[in-house]
Design a protein around this ligand. Structure first.
Ligand SMILES: [Zn+2]
Length: 292
């Protein structure tokens, strides 16, 4: 079984990035404030990423299940994704997102997420901090959110910040809530400075890493992404292959490579054993998210 542990789906882009509104344009382009950028291939006619399209990509590449996560740049789509999870419960599980972390509202929203069968809550720290420089992952508000996640069985997926600094706050959350499963996204944002110390956080029992999005980070690396393969192998040697989950970062990743090529970074790797590949491609995610 192959599981994509990091994909994105949204009916349209409707969020923010660096304090500017983001909105779908057409043919893969997105408006950011008064500017625009290409975020997806031109075949994404409405610059949207509906679940039906993700499932077609999954079927095309023999992927059984996907963890659909969210980010402020794409918008806040809990309601859309809850409905889609009801219809496609055998194929997708979702991570919710909060717009604010003030106590009363966020704790209510979390109980709704748990009741709706979401598997966790996503923190896109890089975006959150770009919008609110005072935000701290180990503030009392966020600690209350994490406590509630642990109590209601929700995991946390953390997109960290480039450079050194956030590991201390992440480690505090990890150590305070030993039953809270935490997935650190994008292999700790390898190869940007500080990624190695984020990998080492996964030595703790309740912490895992997803290795999504690597081709976007290695400008000089082309398929078969030998550098990215080496970084995954390094992480395996540090924390063990049972701690790493393959993910794509679909659909943004399709600007750099095909869905199949991002899968082949692990599946066709010359530096991982068959058992390591099997764990990274599906067995670990099945265990972490309770598919087995
Ligand atoms: Zn992502």
């Amino acid at each position: 079984m192959i599981v994509d542990a990091h994909a994105h789906s949204f009916p349209s882009v409707r969020g923010w990035l660096n304090g500017k509104e983001t909105r779908s344009l057409s043919y893969g382009k997105v408006k950011i404030g008064s500017d625009y950028e290409r975020w997806f291939p031109p075949s994404f006619v409405n610059s949207a990423s509906p679940i039906e399209l993700l499932i077609e990509y999954m079927d095309w590449n023999d992927i059984s299940k996907a963890i659909v996560t969210q980010g402020p740049m794409y918008g806040f789509h809990n309601d859309y994704l809850v409905e889609e999870q009801k219809r496609h419960h055998d194929r997708i599980r979702i991570f919710g997102i909060l717009e604010r972390y003030t106590n009363a509202q966020s704790l209510d929203a979390l109980s709704n997420m748990a009741q709706a069968g979401m598997c966790g809550l996503k923190f896109e720290l890089e975006s959150i901090i770009s919008n609110d420089t005072q935000f701290r992952f180990d503030s009392s508000e966020v600690m209350s959110v994490c406590e509630q996640c642990q109590a209601s069985g929700l995991s946390i997926m953390v997109h960290p910040v480039r450079g050194e600094g956030t590991e201390v706050a992440i480690a505090k959350v990890i150590d305070t809530f030993p039953r809270l499963k935490i997935i650190i996204a994008h292999l700790g944002l390898a190869p940007f400075p500080g990624w190695e110390s984020k990998i080492h956080l996964a030595k703790r029992e309740n912490v895992f890493l997803d290795c999504s999005g690597l081709p976007a980070s290695f400008d000089s690396d082309e398929y078969p992404y030998v550098q990215a393969q080496g970084f995954i192998k390094w992480a395996v040697d540090q924390v063990g292959s049972e701690k790493i989950l393959w993910g794509s970062d679909y659909p943004a990743l399709l600007r750099w490579c095909t869905y199949r090529q991002t899968l082949d970074i692990v599946r066709s790797s010359n530096v991982l054993s068959d058992m390591e590949k099997e764990r990274i491609l599906g067995t670990n995610a099945a265990r972490v998210f309770g598919f087995l």
